[in-house]
Each structure stands twice: as structure tokens, then as C-alpha cells.
Design a protein around this ligand. Sequence first.
Ligand code: C2O
Ligand code: CU
Length: 657
Amino acid sequence: MSEEIQTEKKPATSPKEKRAGLFTRQALSTLGKIAAWGFLVSTILCTAVAVILSIFNGAPSVDIVTATILLLCAAILVMTGIRWMQALAVPLGIYILYRCLTEPFVVETLSHPKGSNGGFGEFSGDMLILASIMLAFVASIGIMIQNYRRTSRKNPRWFAPALSIIAGIAAGALVIGALAPSSTATAIAPLQAPQMPAGAGVPTSVNMGMAGAPVSVPQLQEPAITAHVDHFTLTAQSAHITLSSGIMIPAWTFNGTAPGPTLHVRQGDEVVVTLVNHLSFGVTIHWHGVRVPNSADGVAGVTQNAVKPGQSYVYRFIALDAGTYWYHSHQFSFEETTNGLYGMLIVDPATPTLHADVDYSVALHVWDGPHNQTVYTMNTTGGTLNQIARSGQWVRLRIVNTAETPSGNPQLVTLVGAPFQVVSLDGHDLNGPQWLNGTPLPIGSAQRYDLYFQMPSHGSVALVTADDSQGYVRAPALVIGQGSVPTKLPAITKWFDLTTYGTPAPDPVTARSRFNATYNIVLGNQMGSSLGRTGMTYTMNGKVFPDTGMIMVKEGQLIKLHFDNHTNLYHPMHLHGHIFTVLEENGKPLTGSPVHQDTVLVPPHTTYDVAFVANNPGIWMLHCHNFLHANWGMDMMVMYNVSTPYTVGSVSGNFPD
Ligand code: C2O
Ligand code: CU
């Protein structure tokens, strides 16, 4: 270095040679070279990151593209060796630095180092950009100084240490960020325990049962039979859900994860689940879609009291029907289920009806993320969920929508990479399902779709979702087999229509059956009050829960319900403890396979006729499974002549929705 300083101390021969640049003929000092090369390399790195992100991650963020373009401009200006152009590069550099430090992606990266797994790519990408930009900035200043110092050509002494300190910090941050466990101290506020409604208009003590009835809910138990018993313990507890993107979401969970453990049982088994409550407020478990005895239905204030903190409760039922089901809390379910108290229950048939080499399930959920973002997940990831299957293998893929989108529209999903069949809805098999190619499947809150397909001879199959009909997105997504989410996703085409899908078959209940009673239920919404609050209420025949009345049935009756949706919204209507046969949409009988569901999605301004056999005595909720709608009134009871010792309201603290 001293030699070069010596050389440069020689008098300059011409003004042209005084220019210092990477491609000018005059020799740069060592530091000048480092600076210039540093700038060049960092610009290339930055461009490479942007290109890599666009290839492997869909699209680089606008921030990264902007930074890259500005940096390229600055680099070109500096490399010209023309002084005034280099001078222009400095304000540009300052602007880039300013952009990078004020853009949230950099700030968030620095304030929340992302975990050792999954977050690495994003973190290193961000850090690389930042490091590049800092290097570039320092380099351009270094060159400027060298260019303009006429009197003393000595390299500024601070320059080398400054450059290496900054490079060191950047490299160190990269390593720390890659290795550090995710910090639990995030800026996300902890969840607030559900607030007991209080004050005028809040029911104090409403008994949903028939006073003096011969049977009471606690008597409606599974008879003791000899069956294979599956024991499970589900502990309600707080946890943080860490998404692969590094986002941490505070949650209430069963056993520390959301979804909670998938309970896998065989048809005919006795299922015994002990619920232990380690949360600071009451919880229950409802077995959604499962024909349980009434005392195991998990509805706070109707079939049990909410299980208090520190207490436990045992659910016991026979898994009568094979299929895809799920479970969730039915105390303040608007808050408790959406914040994580849910999981899947899969009942394998006693005699298999379909051969599947692999059987996977995904729960689609929607979370309130940081900064009021809506975060969509598949099982525990907001990114790509990978599962394995070899080419030629048959796959059964079970999908449940455990939440609702902000708009209340159904979640749209489709399969890319293989033709597929919808083999069952809400756990009930369809007859003669046709092959579909990229058909969008609308899944209302609480509904399930089982897909069946064969792995292609090469490549992978992806399940992608669309956010409110605006087009499929690349995350969250499920990828089965070797590969990644395709860069080109199909456009949203005509939705799957369950009223025309599959092949007709005889069914015990049809639109022409003789019904013992028919009930019209108008689904509405209007400003009003519910549980002491004023706001948009969701009504059944103009009333809100608990004033909605009840549907009285007798054991053995065939009951028809006529849902008449007067709103602009979707209402996934769910009846506990029974299974609907779907009869008609807008007065038109189904033309395909018979369809049996526990949750029927009633589109805006549409009517749906469904029927059920009253074969399970008890007090059963009939409600919209949009949690917001249920929370603001859209619930009623289907009632056999049964009493209950439990009450809904502020005295007991039981509020099922
Ligand atoms: Cu998932 Cu009252 O239901
Ligand atoms: Cu609704």
C-alpha cells in the first residue's frame, strides 16, 4: 500500500489521468480499488438477489426492485469515472440508504431476526441487500474523496476500518439472523381473554330446554358397549404460532399447536377425549359434524357448562360415520375457535371404500396478524407445506376450512398438476364423481372437501387458494411430491357446483320424500342489538339469538328446512348432531350425486332446501358457521322434548358463540 501511495504522490500528468474509476487507465489506490470493486460486487449481488427472489419466490418485493434499480444507476454513475456523474451518485446513494432504512421490510428484518428454519431465505435476502447498499454507499463516498483530494492524495485513514466495520456488521447480522432462535418478544399484543357480555340487553339466564321433559341432556350418553377405545387428552393452553415467514401469532391452542393434534380413529371405535383447561377462561369441545350423543356435543350453556380454568371434562362417543371431521371450542367460538382452539378428527371406514396410498389433511385458517394484516395458513404454515408421494401413488387429500375470510366469502381452492375427483363433502362420500381439472372449490367455513387423485409420472401437485376470488396466490400452498408451487397459476374458472356433480343414485331422502314438517328460515341482516351490543345483527326469521325460537321435532320425523337467504352474504348453515340431505337449490333438485352435509353453504339471495331425520334426541344448535354471524344472532335450536340443567347468559358465563 505504501508503494502505491508513493506512486500517487508523483505529480499528476494530465487532468484526465486524475480521474479515478474502475475502468479508467490511471491506477487506483488499493482502497480505491476495494471501494470500486465493492460497489460493483454489491450491485451484482443485489441484482442477483432480486433475480433469485423472482425465480424462486414468485416476485421480489417492490422495495427490492426499487433498491436494485437505484443501485444500478448509482453504480453506472460511479463507474463512468466522470466527476460530476460520480457526484450525482452520492445523493442517489443517500436516497437508497434512506429508502432502505425506512422501508418496513428492512426495519422488520433488523428488529425481528427470523428463525433458523424457513426464515433464513428472506432474512439473508434482506440482509444482503442492506449490506450491499451500505458497501456501495461507503465505496462511492470513498471514490469521491479520492477524486477530489488534490492536495493530499493519501488515502483517508478512516476509510479501510469503516468499510470493514460495516461489512463485518452486515456479515455478523447475517450469521446471527440465520442461527438465532426466533425471539418470542414480538411486538404483537397478547390475546385478550374473551370479555363476558355485561349490562342491559345481555341475557342473564336462559334455559334452552323443555321444562319438565322426561329426559335431560346429561342422560343422553353413549350406552356402554364393547368397542375399541381411543383415548386422547386435549389441553387448552396458550402458545405462539410461528409461521415459516417468521410471523409470530399469539394463539389459544389444544396441546400447543393450531391446528391441535389430528385425532385419527376407526369407524365403530369409542372415542374418549379428556379436555383439560389451562387457559384463564372457559372452553368446550364441539365435535363438528359427528353424530355424538347430546351430552358430548360441547355447547356451553346447552349441553354442558364451559369447562373452567384448571378443570377438565370427558367426552365419550362412538365414531358412527367415517369421514373428515373437526373439533373446536363452542364457548365464545367467535374468539376461541378463530384464535386457535380447533383441530381435525379423521374417521377411517370400517371397510375401505377407496384405495389411497397416502392420506393427507389440511386445515385452512385465517388469523389476525401483526399490523392488522390477515394471515392465511394451511396447517401451521403461511408458506409452502410439503408432503411426499411418489409418482403413480393415489392420494386422498382432506381439506377443512376452520375459519372465515374477512369478507365472509368461501375460501376458494384448487389442485394444480393432476386431475382430481371430489370424493366426499363434509365426510360423506359422493356417488360417481367426475374428474375435474383446476376447478375452483368453494369451501364455506366449517365445510370439508376430500379430493382424490393420482400423482403424475413426474413433478408435483399443488393445492393453492384464492384470496376472495382475486386470483390464486402462491402462499399458503400445499405441495405434494418433489417440486414447488408453480409460478404460473391458473385463472379462476367456473366454481364447483355440488348440485350437478357426480352421478345420481337412490337415496333414502329425496326432494319427493314426505316430510313431517317444513320450516322456512329467512336469513337476514340488519342494524340492531344482540347480547347488549348495537351493530349489524344476523337474523333468523328477523330475530337474533336467544330470541330465535326453536324447531320442535319428534324422534323418527323427517324434517325439511327451507333456507331463504335475503342477504348479500354467504351463510354456511350447520346443524349439530344430524346430517342434512341437500334437496334443492333455488327450487331445483340436485341432478348429480346425492349430497349429505352437516354444513350447507347458502349463497347470497339463494334458497336451499335440506332435510334431516330426527334420530338423535337432544337440544341441537342450528346456526350460521360464519363465527361473526353466529356471534351476532344467527343461531337457533332444534329441540326434542328434552330438558337441560345448563343455562346461557351472564349468570353461568356460558355464551356458546
Ligand atoms: Cu362447528 Cu356449532 O359448530
Ligand atoms: Cu352467516
